[in-house]
Design a protein around this ligand. Structure first.
Ligand SMILES: [Mn+2]
Length: 315
């Protein structure tokens, strides 16, 4: 067995797959000591998006929270945790409304979680209280971790209002769409987006005029390498969305140029886990079968493909 030096095991978006999480932790040499899963000389570092989608969301939260509270793990916030907080937070400007409107779409996206905790219960409030303690990014020991995008101007802007602790504040949760703070928070947790024409439909039918942007792309001004359409995207007439051409796009963020490596989740990457650049790697992968991916970081400034580990994939 490979000897692991001290460092961080950066674990991708779990989305309620608690069985996969425990399998991955076990595979990486973590053991459950009755209080939490723990490694003798390493820490787990979760990229967020613990909830929504999968079947074991409450158990996922409980496993991760126990690890964080007992010092066996760290975590950064995902857009699904932010959404969960906005879903229960009244808009200070219009107190009869929630910051995340309770639309059919937002309710459906969140309903497995809401059913698991029972909406409005003490348990629900306790989980939200813990979510409020999750920092927006990690930047220490020669490593950076963020849910979606390490955009230095956005992070510097957020630091001006919330400081280096990277903790969400009530004012930041309530920042209005169109404000600099709202844009910076969206860039960091949801990733930058670009306009796309014609619009596309997600597999479930929702229409969108913006697409995710491959902020790590070496050719960010070519539509084909810059736009990330979801699998199964269609045109409004129902036909498959055509292949993207080499139309020029204006990158919404500057390329990442620092020497500190960045690990992130969010992007549903396909295929065998691999780095994107020597400084950038995503740990959120969708494979043929359900799988959870981690990057076992041991202090290196240059990321390498040998550090990925996955569990649950039958390839
Ligand atoms: Mn996400």
């Amino acid at each position: 067995m490979q000897i692991q030096q001290a460092g961080y095991d950066v674990i991708g978006d779990i989305h309620g797959e608690a069985d996969l999480l425990e399998g991955l932790l076990n595979k990486m040499g973590y053991a459950n000591n009755g209080k939490c899963w723990r490694h003798r000389n390493r820490q787990a570092l979760f990229v967020g998006d613990l909830i929504d989608r999968g079947p074991q969301q409450l158990r996922t939260v409980q496993i991760v929270q126990a690890m964080v509270v007992n010092g066996a793990a760290k975590i950064v916030m995902g857009n699904h945790e932010l959404n969960a907080l906005a879903y229960v937070t009244k808009d200070p400007a219009t107190p009869d409304k929630f910051l995340r409107p309770h639309t059919e779409h937002s309710r459906r996206q969140h309903e497995v979680f809401l059913n698991a905790v029972s909406y409005g219960s003490q348990l629900h409030q306790d989980v939200m209280a813990w979510f409020r303690t999750i920092p927006l990014w990690f930047d220490a020991d020669g490593l950076r971790v963020v849910h979606a995008c390490w955009d230095s101007p956005s992070i510097e802007l957020l630091k001006k209002s919330i400081g280096d602790s990277a903790m969400l504040t009530p004012d930041l949760v309530a920042a209005k769409a169109g404000s600099d703070e709202h844009g910076a928070l969206a860039t960091v947790l949801k990733g930058p987006e670009i306009e796309i024409s014609p619009p596309f439909l997600y597999p479930e039918g929702r229409r969108s005029i913006t697409s995710r942007f491959a902020w790590w792309s070496a050719t960010p001004t070519q539509l084909s390498s810059a736009a990330l359409l979801p699998a199964g995207a269609r045109l409004e007439d129902g036909t498959p969305y055509p292949a993207l051409g080499d139309d020029k796009v204006t990158p919404p963020v500057e390329p990442y140029s620092d020497s500190v490596p960045v690990l992130f989740g969010h992007y549903w990457r396909r295929g065998t886990p691999a780095t994107l650049t020597p400084q950038l790697a995503c740990v959120d992968f969708v494979t043929n079968n359900r799988a959870l991916v981690a990057y076992r970081w041991q202090g290196e400034a240059t990321l390498g493909n040998g550090a990925f580990v996955s569990y649950g994939d039958k390839q």
